[in-house]
Design a protein around this ligand. Sequence first.
Ligand SMILES: N[C@@H](CCC(=O)N[C@@H](CS)C(=O)NCC(=O)O)C(=O)O
Length: 212
Amino acid sequence: MQLYTYFRSSASFRVRIALNFKGLGYEPVLVNLPKGEHQAEGYRAVNVQALVPTLVDGDRRLVQSLAILEYLEERYPAPALLPRDPFDRAYVRALCGIVACEIHPLNNLRTLKHIRRTYGLDDAGVNAWYRHWIADGFAMIESYLVSEGRSGRYCLGDAVTLADCCLVPQVFNAQRYECDLAPYPTAMRIFDACMRLPAFDAAQPSRQPDAA
Ligand SMILES: N[C@@H](CCC(=O)N[C@@H](CS)C(=O)NCC(=O)O)C(=O)O
């Protein structure tokens, strides 16, 4: 397999964790987002959305990290990243949805570039936007984890799931922007537990070949 990835891309990070967890080897193909390599014709021929990640599995090309995660789970089911029970699966997917739908689109590179350019925001303005949506989204995650009472060592009991694959990269991003994560103790406890696992540790930005 090949994974088109950028070390700081949290959507790529989700997939790197799942590949590591399932013991699936892959060749990283590095796409430098700040240099705009994802916009170049060569990469657009790989991914018409001009976003990372893209996973190539033999002659199959897959885009959108959540679709890739679900593909990996169905194609390479062991070890599992989704529980068997449909209710629990919906809970895991709901947590993935909070990260991937409620937080990430508001804070990704092109959104931040757009608000900076269009509304004349400086670094402080962009950071305030970023932190607002982190606080909004992490409050959703924390209250959901607490109100459902289904977390254990990880988001769902003591087994790693796709929810953990989505949560951890978003925490990294939030830390990079120096967001205050103290109000989310359950999420942070799970983050700490995940980061003790080799699959998560090896997937983190600083361990990638393109880490600055
Ligand atoms: N929903 C997409 C999001 C992909 C995405 O936004 N990737 C970011 C990096 S994390 C990217 O390529 N950004 C380039 C840009 O915003 O121009 C997914 O989950 O794969």
